[in-house]
Design a protein around this ligand. Sequence first.
Ligand code: SAM
Length: 338
Amino acid sequence: MRPATYFPSFDHLTRTGGAQEAFHREAAALAHAHFGRKVFVRAVVEVSNFCRQNCSYCGMRRDNRELERFRADHEALAELIIEHRPASVTDINIQAGEDAKAVREVVVPLIHAIRRATNLGVSVCLGSLSDELYDEMQAAGASIYILKFETGDPDLFHQMESPGTFDDRLGRIRYLASRGWNVSSGFIAALPGQTPEQMLKSFHVANQLPLDGCSVSPFIPGDETPLAEMGAADINVTLNSMAALRKMKPEWVIPAVSALNLAEPGAGYRRGLRTGANLVTINMTPEGIRGDYLLYKRERFIMTEEAILRAIEAEGLEPSETGLAQYYSARRAQLAVA
Ligand code: SAM
């Protein structure tokens, strides 16, 4: 018999105290049933902060004239990744503002270099690009695309000036999946003015998309954005959303995002792991440029290998020796046989 499908109610997303702890424990048990106590460990490199989009919540929006814009040197990044990556890293995530020039000049050569010299998995998080650019990166050897739908409510998406149109964003997610990418998406919890109904719509959209994973980021009032004076998301709503996603899709890869530590300094990240998150990210962006990669605050919370491994161990978890791309490809082969 198929287990009953789960869908959260607003009451689930606002739980606190003992009911919340039990909810998170249930979610974590589902993650352990699917993945054991293993957590995937990737490293992110942020390769450009040029952005043609103007998302109200993001410090890299094109209207931010305070930001010194950069594109990284792909040869220096390749050397850093190939020769100096932390030992626990199995996958590299390449991230940037929406910058087609950086994709052609930095990302594609970097993917080729990683592919030639290592067996690291490659994921990319580069925004709404042309089909040709997506295909080019896939041909170079990337296999995971991260494209967040940001909010499940089309009106809020428009109001927040999220990239392009809501339908176009979802269309690109579907295109990527149809071309064989493993696609992860995500949404922001508690955007300013978000209603309970709008919040639940994010779960509806996530549920309908052809995804292998999904993230929840707490809204952080970004420096140098029109929303800088707004309140940050409640960490509990964010964590409850992560637990609800895990219950809705036990087989998904759900990351613990670094912003959890901005929403609850010192504890948010570990609490994320406690809701059954099974992917962590070490930041490998060179120090000289990461200060201008302005997602949230100028004062960034940098996840080092040491901090990540300490958090994993403290939660009774272990770094996975199997990479994420490797896991997806083995699962695909299994499904093809079944
Ligand atoms: N430019 C690419 C794109 O659009 O997919 C990738 C990088 S984008 C800068 C990374 C993600 O950060 C966004 O999709 C958004 O969900 C998140 N983000 C940006 N500013 C945020 C904020 N203030 N609070 C929470 N999440 C935020």
